[in-house]
Design a protein around this ligand. Structure first.
Ligand code: HEM
Length: 347
C-alpha cells in the first residue's frame, strides 16, 4: 500500500526491471556454475560441453550472456532517468545506485573471463594491466590480482570466486537502495511536490511492473533465440592463446564508452584516471549547484542532457573502432565533450 505519485511514467518501472535482471542473472548463473570447470586448461572445453552435452545448456549460457547486456541497457536508462528528472537529489538512493553500477561493471568484467576465450584472456590482460599505473605498488598489486606473473589459472579462480560473491552483495545493496528510496519517496516527472496527488502502488503500478517484466522477457527471448551472438564477440569462440594477440581487442558494448575515453589519452596514467573518473563522476551529481527538479522545465539542462546521451553513443561507437585516423581524434573530441557536458550540467 505504498503511496506513489500518480503522475510517474513507465520510466519509474525500470527499477523493478533491474531487480528482475539481477534475479535472472543470479538464477542462470547458479545453474551455470554447477557445471563450470574452473581450471584454465579445461574452462574453454566447458563451453563446448555446455552446448553439446548439457540439456538446455546453450539456453542457459545465452540467457546469462544476453541478460548481462539487458541489465546494463536498463541500468543506463535508469541512471539517465535519474539525471533527467533530478533523481540524484535523493542523495543516498543515487549514491547506492552508483555503487550498484560499479558492482555490476566489476561482475560483468570478471564473468567475461570465465569462458576462457581469446577476448576473455586478452581483455583481462589489458584491463588488469592498467593497475600497473599505481605508483610504487602497481606491479605488486598486479601480481597479487593475477596470482602470478601473468593472467593464468589463479586469476581465473579468484575472478570466479568474486563473480559468484558480488551479486549477493548487490542484493544487499539493492535493499539499501529501496530503504533510502522509501525514506524520501519517489520523485515524479514534473519535479513538484505531489503530496496530494499520491495513489496506492497496488494495483496500477503493480500492473505496470508486470507489463515491463513482459517487455524484458520479450527482449531477452528475442536476443536468445533470434540473435544470440549479435552483441558478443566472435573472437571469444576461440580458446585463449597467450601466444596470439587478437588484431583488435575490445570489451563488450557496455564498456565501450569508458574504453574509448581510456584510449583517447596518450598517457597511460592519464587514460586510467579518465576511465575511472568517467564512472566516478556520477557520485558528484548530488553536489551540483543547480537544485532544479526536472529537465522538463530547464531548456539548458534539456539540451545538455541530449548532448550527453549523443556523446555517450558516439563514444560507444568509437570504442569499437580500430585505433587509426579519424577515430583517434574523434575519440579525443568526444572524451573532452563527455566531461565538459557533465560539468556544464552540474554548474
Ligand atoms: C541493480 C541495480 C538497480 C536496481 C535493482 C534498482 C532498483 C530501483 C527501484 C526498484 C527503484 C524504484 C522504482 C523506480 O523509480 O524505478 C529505484 C529508484 C531509483 N534508483 Fe535504482 N536501481 C538500480 C540501480 C540504480 C543506478 C545505477 C542508479 C543511478 C546511479 C539508480 C538510481 C535511482 C534513483 C535516483 C531512484 C529514485 C528515483 C525517484 O526519484 O523516484 N539506481 N531503483
Amino acid at each position: 500500500n505504498l503511496a506513489v505519485p500518480s503522475s510517474i511514467s513507465y520510466f519509474w518501472n525500470l527499477g523493478s526491471v533491474l531487480g528482475a535482471c539481477l534475479g535472472v542473472q543470479i538464477v542462470s548463473g547458479l545453474l551455470l556454475i554447477m557445471n563450470y570447470i574452473n581450471f584454465s586448461a579445461l574452462s574453454f572445453d566447458y563451453s563446448i560441453i555446455l552446448y553439446q552435452e548439457l540439456s538446455m545448456g546453450w539456453f542457459l549460457h545465452n540467457i546469462h550472456m544476453n541478460g548481462a547486456s539487458c541489465f546494463f541497457f536498463f541500468m543506463f536508462i535508469h541512471l539517465w532517468r535519474g539525471m533527467y528528472f533530478g533523481g540524484y537529489l535523493n542523495l543516498f538512493t543515487w549514491w547506492s545506485g552508483v555503487v550498484l553500477l560499479l558492482f555490476n561493471m566489476v561482475v560483468a568484467f570478471m564473468g567475461y573471463v570465465l569462458p576462457w576465450g581469446q577476448m576473455s584472456y586478452w581483455g583481462t590482460t589489458v584491463i588488469t594491466g592498467l593497475l600497473s599505473v599505481v605508483p610504487y605498488f602497481g606491479d605488486s598489486i598486479l601480481n597479487y590480482v593475477w596470482g602470478g606473473f601473468t593472467v593464468g589459472p589463479s586469476t581465473l579462480t579468484r575472478f570466479m570466486a568474486l563473480h559468484f560473491l558480488i551479486p549477493f552483495i548487490m542484493v544487499f545493496t539493492v535493499f539499501m537502495h529501496f530503504i533510502f528510496l522509501h525514506n524520501k519517496g519517489s520523485s515524479n516527472p514534473l519535479g513538484v511536490p505531489e503530496e496530494g496527488g499520491k495513489t496506492q502502488f497496488y494495483p496500477l503500478f503493480a500492473v505496470k511492473d508486470v507489463w515491463t517484466f513482459f517487455g524484458l522477457l520479450a527482449l531477452l527471448l528475442f536476443l536468445v533465440f533470434i540473435a544470440p551472438n549479435a552483441l558478443g564477440d566472435a573472437e571469444n569462440y576461440n580458446e585463449a592463446n597467450f601466444l596470439v594477440t587478437p588484431l583488435h581487442i575490445q570489451p563488450e558494448w557496455y564498456f565501450l564508452f569508458a574504453y574509448a575515453i581510456l584510449r583517447s589519452i596518450p598517457n597511460k596514467l592519464g587514460g586510467v584516471l579518465a576511465l575511472v573518473f568517467s564512472v566516478m563522476i556520477f557520485f558528484f551529481f548530488p553536489l551540483s549547484s543547480t537544485k532544479f527538479k526536472s529537465c522538463s522545465f530547464s531548456l539548458k539542462h534539456r539540451v545538455l542532457f541530449w548532448c550527453f546521451i549523443s556523446c555517450f553513443i558516439f563514444l560507444t561507437i568509437l570504442g569499437a573502432m580500430p585505433m587509426e585516423a579519424p577515430y583517434i581524434l574523434c575519440g579525443q573530441i568526444f572524451s573532452v565533450l563527455y566531461f565538459f557536458i557533465i560539468f556544464m550540467f552540474l554548474l
